[in-house]
Design a binder for this molecule. Sequence first.
Ligand code: BTN
Length: 256
Amino acid sequence: MKTEVLQYLPADCPYGGSFHWYETLDSTNTLAKALAKEGAPEGTVIAAARQTGGRGRMGRSFLSPEGSVYLSLILRPDCPAHRLMHLTCAVAVAACDAIEKVTGLRPGIKWINDLTHGGKKLGGILTELGLDPATDHVAYAVIGIGINCLEVPSEVADIADCLSHVTGKPISPAPVIAALLAAFYQMRERLFTQQDAIMDRYRKDCVTLGQQVTVLGSSVCGTAEDITKDGALLLHLADGSVQELNAGEVSVRAQN
Ligand code: BTN
């Protein structure tokens, strides 16, 4: 698989230089975080054919059978954590670019980290930061992404879909991994210099905007009105007030 991925990878993308492939891992993010703590450099990639303990946002699990993409990338941006609030959004836009390049289909983004099509989930993103307690600067960021390619686990078939099904042609993981790495490299180059442009693109891809949504685990509901430059969702409530939702704290579900 590694050879196949590297064949698809554009020559100007350095993320093939430290690409680690595993047949089975509990979680590519968990291994990437462990390696980052041991000093693995920016650009280290961990990918697996399957995961036994794939993790999603807010402590959820991410079912990870063979035939899909499970990938984590270590970044080491030298900045305080608050400068990376838009990282998950930037990764989501880059992932849409990559999927569109390989399949011709551009997914939507359900705020903040789900890639969707036709109301079903195609994949998700889990970004995790390690902080240097002395400086409060980011020691490492791990970008984790899972994308359903050839099949969807039957347990989640009512809420999830895969690239092969939605495009009507077999989409195997290797070209998707290569396109993701190329898109992540471009995203990394522009992460701080083009934040506004990245967030404009995020708003265009975001299918949550304009929807009536409920904040999970609460009675708060309203219309998703806008997304800030840091990736927070602005919810217009029935009483006319606007509530800012931070992705670190809440998830939303569309009511319609
Ligand atoms: C979500 O749905 O909330 C995010 C899912 C992220 C899944 C990917 S698969 C590769 C990486 N390793 C993990 O354990 N999680 C991420």
